[in-house]
Structures are given as structure tokens and as C-alpha cells.
Ligand binder design. Structure first.
Ligand code: SME
Length: 151
């Protein structure tokens, strides 16, 4: 499925060569949300290094209170400090976690780099326990790299 999705994302992007920035990010989260049943909240956060906080970008899913997240707080804030992908198969096992919805059972956060610079991340919440595989890591890293080139 991920391979098919990658294909449709590539087609979408080729058909919309002009798509970039927020419009591209909106399209991508909508595609992820509608094509992958276990992606129940899909969104972007961007780094504000001056304020040492993440700021929310386009997302698909339930409205969240976490519009900004201080570096170090929650799964997202930890990735803002480490710059390393963080998969949490079961959020109940994670102390440093910010709940968005009681339905969320697992989460994956993949950093986004522009060259060497950490600029943001993709955050996926799932209502399933331990749903993510190497394919999800690969797909999300691919999207992160793509979006970074078209800010
Ligand atoms: N659960 C995240 C907060 C962001 S929401 O999932 C959209 C965290 O622990 O950082």
C-alpha cells in the first residue's frame, strides 16, 4: 500500500509542479489522512528557534490544543531537540507525551531537514497500537525531504 501511495503522491506532485509551501503541505496531509486508515492525525510542525518552540502547520484530523509545543516537551518537542525520528508504539508507555486525543494509541514523528538544518517535522497519531513499519518511516522521510525542498 505504501508503494501505491508513494506512486500517487509522485503523480500528484508531477501534475502540480507549481504546488509548494502550505498548499503542498495541505495536499499531502489530506492524502495521507484519506489513504492510510491507521493515520488518524497527520500534520506538520515547524521550528521557531528564537522562541524555542514548534509551531503547527497544515494538518488533517481532529482540532488540537497543541498549536505550539516547547522544545523538549512531548514526543514532538523531543524530536525538536534530537533531530531523530521517534516512534512510540504505545503512548501509555511514554511519560513525556502530550495527549491530543484520548483515542490516540501510538505516534510517529519524523524530522524535516533543509540541508543540515532541522526545520520541522511530520507528526502522525494513530488509534491503533504499534501500527508503524519500516515503510512508514520510509514514506514519511521521503515526504519530509520533498516538503523541505518546496517550502
Ligand atoms: N502528541 C504530541 C503532541 C502533538 S499532537 O499529537 C497533534 C506530542 O506528544 O508531542
Amino acid at each position: 500500500m505504501t508503494q501505491d501511495l508513494k506512486q500517487s503522491l509522485t503523480t500528484l506532485i508531477l501534475n502540480h509542479d507549481d504546488l509548494q509551501g502550505v498548499a503542498l503541505q495541505e495536499k499531502l496531509v489530506a492524502l495521507l489522512d484519506s489513504n492510510i486508515p491507521y493515520y488518524n492525525w497527520s500534520g506538520f510542525y515547524f521550528m521557531n528557534n528564537e522562541k524555542r518552540q514548534l509551531e503547527i502547520g497544515p494538518y488533517a484530523g481532529a482540532k488540537t490544543d497543541h498549536i505550539t509545543i516547547p522544545f523538549g516537551k512531548g514526543i514532538c518537542g523531543q524530536v525538536a531537540e534530537s533531530g531523530i525520528s521517534f516512534e512510540v508504539p504505545d503512548v501509555e508507555q511514554q511519560d513525556n507525551y502530550l495527549a491530543c486525543s484520548i483515542d490516540t494509541k501510538s505516534e510517529i514523528v519524523v524530522p524535516m531537514f533543509l540541508g543540515e538544518r532541522l526545520i520541522g517535522q511530520i507528526d502522525i497519531d494513530s488509534h491503533s497500537v504499534d501500527p508503524f513499519t519500516a515503510e512508514d518511516h520510509e514514506l514519511l522521510s521521503w515526504i519530509a525531504a520533498f516538503v523541505a525542498q518546496r517550502l
